[in-house]
Ligand binder design. Sequence first.
Ligand code: ADP
Ligand code: MG
Length: 565
Amino acid sequence: MATPNSITGADLIAASLYDLGVRVMFGIVGIPVIEVADACIARGIKFISFRNEQAASYAATAYGYLTGKPGVCLVVGGPGVLHAIAGIGNATHNCFPLLLLAGSSESHQVYKGAFQEIDQVATLTPMTKFSSRPPSLALLPSTLERAYRTAYFGRPGATYVDLPADFIQGAVDTQEPMKLLPAFEAPKPMADPARIRAAAAILKSATAPLVIIGKGAAYARAEKEIRNLIETTGLPFLPTPMGKGVVSDYSPLNFAAARSAALKSADVILLLGGRLNWILHYGEPPKYRDGVKVIQIDIEPEELGMNAQSSIEYGIVGDISLAVDQLTKELGGFKFTSIPSLLTTTKARNIANAAKKASNNVIPMTYEHTYKIINEAIKDTKVRPVFVSEGANTMDIARSAFDVDEPRARLDAGTMATMGVGIGYGIASAAAFPNHITICIEGDSAFGFSGLELETAVRAGYPLVVFVMNNSGVYRGVTEEAYANSAETPLPSTALGLDVRYDLVAQACGAIGMVARTPDELYNCAVTALTCGKVALVNIIIDKGVTKKLAFGWLASTKKSQPKL
Ligand code: ADP
Ligand code: MG
């Protein structure tokens, strides 16, 4: 109990978080963390209460990515932590900063089978950069500060602090020193000048250089330096799915539309804040030229050489904004003027093909035509969009259909290809970008993972636009006859309910819910959704693609053999 000269542990936690600069938190309360959340609210922190810890933890990771400081997620112990492990994994794999806080049993009940007791610190130690149960109530602020700092210093990731019930309910003398400094900017290492010189020399001698821009560059806020590099050197580039917008998608040097040709023909690659994992086909043949030299710039030394062996020799450790600035200076006005004609012709051909596909005006609508109409509505309403996209075809086709000219304006299922992140990410984006309109483009299956978080969004008071691409299935739907005969012939595992009324789910949550089956209906619904200033969902009944191949283009044609060691 607090006295006139003391404050509760809950208030101490809230004060520490506030001092560090936390203004938005995500989570779900229950015993014993209700007091913590309420103390945070009383301090002026916006606490967004979710319906499932998974979605709350995903939202916190996205908020961390978008703001550059850890997203904070508060949950109960035991099952709350187990659900939030989804966010821990998401943060670690995507290199997003996250601080997870969870209630735990009273100190004297540890190991006795207490309420919701699991050994959370031990469980999360191998999954986080730092996992701790503060040794005493007095040491809670410094433990929180360390966990917060560790999440975003160096390569960003997840950290964890256990909040024992007796600490939350305990009291601490206000005379004790406990004021924390506001969180600092993460320290930025400069690159080794010798490596920068070597990189500049290789780039100058390349016949087919290519810059690849990853989401680490977006996270690092390196847009000014990278735009300057591209403009002064004229080097062609392509972004990874979340690296879009660091340099505008509309730049003439963007060769995303000739992605395969650009990857395959490059003899020197400058990789900025991206990993050579499955998203970049490991940097190996057949997607890449044998012997390609990879100049990988990353903040994490262990990342170099992970796949492309040449990145051991040419890789550079450093903060992207500083290292790119050093490199641009070292290049000393060098201009690359001979973009291979293969790239320009492939780009023009692919853009023309995509435009043709997008104008295929049929009912039920195709993905491509649907996206064309949504783009028209975005253009006509002049909103400043942030895109969140998840699903299989939904996400894959949306990636190239929606261009962005700002960094961090596109989130998707990310490194782990996680379904269920969409609405949480949407809420986080709406919280981080009050002057933009966040647009979630959701596969119907993906939407189902966290659809009830629409109610969270409504309650949080942010506008959010959700388009559900409803093909009645995972990857594809089945025919109406298949539903009619399902008593005799079971439906395939990919089938979802036929034309499920997600718009009515939205209405039940207090959002605007609309259904669209034709281009005209879609355009009108999209304009309403984009301009209403509320949470709005458009349930778009698209072609079921019943004969569509079950495949993910991204995973095709990687080498079967192990990498050379
Ligand atoms: P993508 O999926 O777009 O390829 P990844 O998530 O695979 O991107 O890679 C992001 C990389 O960016 C990670 O290896 C991470 O260590 C790195 N990174 C994050 N912040 C910085 C920074 N400030 N400077 C340099 N590299 C960074
Ligand atoms: Mg689907």
